[in-house]
Design a protein around this ligand. Structure first.
Ligand code: ADP
Ligand code: MG
Length: 379
């Protein structure tokens, strides 16, 4: 009989740990001023807690998710999905998981201008209070700091890193530039135990929410942005904000040795580049080159999701092309591996964007079939 050592890494992941389905939510942003003035009617005809119905010409399509969030321009509507509502439903369970010692990941997927960055980062604020427009990343960190202050028996350390993948190259968004010049892109390497990682990526210990805001300001100002035909200042890169949470017991019965091993979990919060097709962005020259490699990472993400979804249906893991792009290589554990993972699909309600909206909704449906295998990390 085959022993565990005979199995490939992917197969080992398939048969170890607890099953954990990807949680998928879809968020519909409000119509913007231009769309309201154009009187372009909305393509989303119905949305409730889990279902979303889209109408195109004579047909209707209904999709089902774990959560549907709708934001109306008129924010007095009771259903209005605020940043807080999205956080409570999609992210709070991941915070719980992280404190239990599981890895976690959330990624935002959708066309440019659909609300990925608004959802992930939101609007910057200062001070120790969380602003109402703060997105998933600041809220996640704020929650970690609040929880760790409440528990005096455990010392919690928080380390962050923030990088972007732009044209398949990795740039540290928090690196200290000592040379004053342009820094060379970073490389990915494979650790025999911990898997793929970014070589020489800077990591920063963070003690408070104010501290974190300082780092976010640095990182966000470094994100590559460029004007495209779709959106004046759209982000053409994938950004990955990672947190390493380590918890160590201080209640030591004898000597200085901790009574229990420390718990360590890694959390990836990912803001993907726009999913729209190249044809819509008036791509040429430099923009075209960016578009091509953005598509390479997103295309591979699509292939990975499709093959994982197929594995679930066939109950057998086939070949998953993780290494075909930097993004999927680095997110390997988050997709089909040891991580509690959630995806937030963001869409526009305007009927002009119907085709892209349908593409995102279908993509998100497929992602629901993915099953990860999770276990608690212990040192
Ligand atoms: P993306 O990152 O997907 O390109 P953005 O997050 O930048 O899109 O959103 C585009 C615009 O729409 C921004 O001005 C943003 O503030 C606004 N927006 C997006 N989602 C929402 C929402 N749920 N509520 C209010 N405004 C939103
Ligand atoms: Mg963006």
């Amino acid at each position: 009989p085959r022993t565990r050592q005979d199995l490939g890494a992917d197969e080992q992941t398939m048969c170890e740990g607890e099953q954990s389905n990807l949680t998928v939510g879809v968020r519909v942003r409000p119509l913007n001023f231009k769309e309201l003035n154009d009187q372009r009617i909305t393509a989303i005809v119905e949305a409730n807690g889990q279902n979303i119905t889209v109408e195109c010409e004579s047909s209707r399509h209904t999709f089902m998710y774990d959560h549907c969030f709708v934001s109306y321009a008129d924010s007095c509507t009771p259903q209005h999905a605020t940043q807080e509502v999205v956080f409570k439903n999609m992210v709070l369970p991941l915070v719980e998981n992280a404190f239990e010692g599981y890895n976690a990941c959330l990624f935002a997927y959708g066309q440019t201008g659909s609300g990925k960055s608004y959802s992930m980062m939101g609007t910057e604020t200062c001070g120790s209070e969380l602003g109402s427009e703060a997105g998933i990343i600041p809220r996640f960190c704020h929650e970690i700091f609040c929880r760790s202050m409440r528990n005096s028996k455990v010392v919690t350390t928080v380390e962050i890193s923030y990088f972007e993948i732009y044209n398949e190259k990795i740039h540290d968004l928090l690196g200290v530039n000592t040379s004053g010049g342009k820094r060379a892109p970073l490389k990915v390497r494979e650790h025999p135990v911990f898997g793929p990682y970014v070589v020489d990526l800077s990591q920063h210990g963070v003690n408070s929410y104010e501290d974190l805001q300082g780092w976010l300001k640095v990182g966000n100002s470094q994100r590559a942005t460029a004007a495209t035909g779709m959106n004046e200042k759209s982000s053409r890169s994938h950004s990955i904000f990672s947190v390493i949470l380590t918890q160590t017991q201080v209640d030591v019965p004898s000597g200085n040795q901790p009574a229990e091993p420390s718990r360590r979990s890694k959390i990836n919060l990912v803001d993907l580049a726009g999913s729209e097709r190249l044809s819509q962005t008036c791509a040429s020259g430099d923009r075209l080159r960016e578009g091509v490699s953005i598509n390479k990472s997103l295309l591979t993400l699509g292939k990975v999701i499709a093959s994982l979804a197929e594995s679930t249906n066939n109950r057998k893991r086939g070949f998953v092309p993780y290494r075909e792009s930097v993004l999927t290589w680095l997110l390997r554990e988050s997709l089909g591996g040891n991580s509690r993972t959630a995806m937030l699909g963001t869409v526009s309600p305007a009927s002009v964007h119907l085709e892209e909206t349908l593409a995102t909704l279908r993509y998100a449906c497929q992602a629901r079939a993915i099953v990860n295998r999770v276990r608690v990390n212990e040192d």
